[in-house]
Design a protein around this ligand. Structure first.
Ligand code: XMP
Length: 319
């Protein structure tokens, strides 16, 4: 029977005990979890913390700007913004296997963090916003045989040899608890209420090879979908909504011409902790409107489908 205020105090004491007077580097992914972890750790150790936002070029539209303004503007917490788009996209070239993508991204994140850690005089600790479901799902499938479903990049995706020790103050928490802690720490509601976004970003929403061009196409379609969801007042009723750009082309007709372009899948689910999920049922007329807008406005997509799969047997992300 504990409250978030108590949790906050306990964790602050634990963080101070763990890191002593050493330096900590915290990777911000753009999501709620790493932001909450960073703000909590900053409260515990102040200037011993350096936050690093690695922009891997796999963010949603507008995401990078929001994180930077939250930290520099709202909290005045120093933030190093690393533009690593070329590093990530060139390394992803030719990779199509989902686990290989995750492993590459996890490894590359750590390389960037280690190099930033050296710049701040050698940080001994790496902080991450790992949650309880990330820990469980990277280890084994609940109730099933011990197989890895996917390597969440901030857990199983880490390279075996890493020079920094981990600080993960949210490891016992579920998403709703992290949001509560975020509110307790004064994060703006608009930020706390954001849908989860995976560390590997758009790379795992582009089955097949990830290219800058495909990232740009997906970003445009995703932004239209999310804009329509917000305008319809549905954002908070949904756990997570996003688009997936499929490695499939279909034939269509536009004006008096033939098209042969990519297929997009839209996904929206309800969930309480991300461990199980159900497809969200949109009100009539919503999906056809979004499909029409995307096909008219995004060059490279000529067909839009909706994914009705529950978790299990599906997962929320496609990879
Ligand atoms: P799945 O696809 O496993 O996703 O049903 C469950 C929740 O976890 C998010 N997810 C990730 N989050 N790093 C993260 O920080 C990752 O590598 C990762 N993979 C999936 C996913 O968006 C969903 O909310």
């Amino acid at each position: 029977d504990w409250t978030m205020a108590e949790f906050r105090e306990t964790k602050i004491a634990e963080i101070r005990a763990q890191v002593g007077d050493k330096r900590v580097i915290c990777g911000l992914s753009g999501g709620v979890d790493s932001a909450v972890a960073a703000v909590l750790i900053h409260e515990a150790i102040g200037e011993q913390l350096t936050c690093v936002f690695v922009d891997h070029g796999l963010m949603r539209s507008g995401e990078a700007e929001q994180v930077v303004s939250l930290f520099r503007g709202h909290y005045n917490i120093p933030l190093v913004h690393v533009n690593a788009e070329t590093l990530f996209l060139s390394g992803l070239a030719g990779i199509t296997d989902p686990e290989a993508k995750r492993k590459f991204i996890g490894k590359t994140f750590i390389e960037v963090f280690e190099s930033e850690a050296n710049k701040v005089g050698g940080a001994e600790f790496l902080a991450q916003g790992t949650l309880y479901p990330d820990v469980i799902e990277s280890v084994s499938f609940t109730g099933g045989p011990s197989v890895t479903i996917k390597s969440h990049h901030n857990v199983g995706g880490l390279p075996e040899r890493m020079n920094m020790k981990l600080v993960e103050p949210l490891r016992e928490l579920f998403k709703d608890e992290v949001r509560e802690l975020g509110r307790e720490l004064g994060l703006p509601d608009i930020f706390v209420g954001r849908h989860p976004f995976p560390g590997p970003g758009l790379a795992i929403r582009i089955p097949g090879e990830v290219t800058r061009e495909r990232c740009d196409i997906l970003r445009k379609a995703d932004a239209i979908y999310l804009e329509e969801i917000r305008n319809a007042g549905l954002y908070d009723a949904i756990w997570q909504a996003f688009a997936v750009l499929l490695p499939v082309r279909s034939v269509g007709v536009m004006g008096d011409g033939r098209t042969y372009d990519s297929v997009l899948a839209l996904r929206a689910v309800t969930s309480t902790d991300g461990m199980t999920a159900q497809a969200f049922e949109f009100p009539g007329g919503f999906l056809p409107r979004v499909a029409t807008r995307i096909i008219n406005e995004v060059k490279g997509i000529n067909r839009v489908t909706y994914d009705y799969t529950s978790k299990p047997p599906g997962t929320i992300e496609w990879e």
